[in-house]
Design a protein around this ligand. Structure first.
Ligand SMILES: [Cu+2]
Length: 221
């Protein structure tokens, strides 16, 4: 049931990665070298930004103008802060942009709770991975909120994994879950062992749509 979203998500991620790479390749600060600075004899030490013209006292004239242009073309900062903050901000913007949003049902608090769960599972859960002949067995455990988050997220993810063709099941433990993922295909077994707990957890891109549904008050994990 999640097959469409994980394929679309993978394609999207590849496009993003490609454009990030292209952006990194774009000429930016190299403008320094190309636009006619010449290093005066003896000024062998570069200035604070690596540009020889900066040596010994601030920026002025043509150089300062170029810096202003660099700043103007770079635009204002785009990152809102922490990843969870940014994820919520994006969802709120989507809801605001959609005239059909039913604000009487919107529940941003639920989305926040889920993002805290994601933090707990990603950063704080303890994992003990045991290779099996046909896959991997993972004990995922934690204390308090971490254990609660594991019990909410890992079994739900096991259901979503059926779209990958792997067999995934979970068993409740007092402080977490036992997650067993197997395959009949030996190459997939090798992959499962390489992915381990977190690599398996990030399979599929269903979180994005789930987050929006959660915020709309239409989905409970
Ligand atoms: Cu999520």
């Amino acid at each position: 049931m999640f097959a469409w979203s994980w394929k679309a998500g993978l394609a999207g991620a590849m496009v993003l990665a490609a454009s990030a790479y292209a952006f990194a390749e774009m000429p930016g600060h190299q403008g320094h070298g190309a636009a006619g600075h010449t290093m005066s004899p003896g000024s062998d030490a570069a200035g604070m930004d690596g540009c020889p013209m900066m040596k010994g006292g601030g920026m002025h004239g043509k150089h300062a103008m170029m810096h202003r242009q660099d700043a103007a073309s770079a635009g204002p900062p785009s990152l809102p802060g922490q990843d969870a903050f940014g994820a919520i901000q994006e969802v709120v913007r989507l809801l605001e942009a959609d005239p059909a949003t039913n604000w009487s049902k919107v529940d941003i608090g639920a989305l926040r709770e889920h993002l805290i769960d994601m933090n707990e599972v990603t950063l704080d859960a303890a994992t003990d991975e045991k290779p099996l002949d046909n896959g991997i067995e993972i004990l995922v455990t934690g204390e308090g909120r971490t254990s609660d988050a594991i019990k909410r997220m890992v079994p739900a993810h096991a259901h979503a994994l059926s779209a990958t063709g792997w067999n995934a099941k979970t068993e409740d433990l007092p402080n977490g879950v036992k997650h067993v993922v197997t395959s009949d295909d030996p190459s997939q077994v090798t992959k499962l062992k390489a992915l381990g707990f977190m690599g398996i957890m990030v399979q599929g891109s269903h979180h994005q749509m789930h987050h929006l549904m959660m915020a709309k008050g239409e989905f409970a994990h």
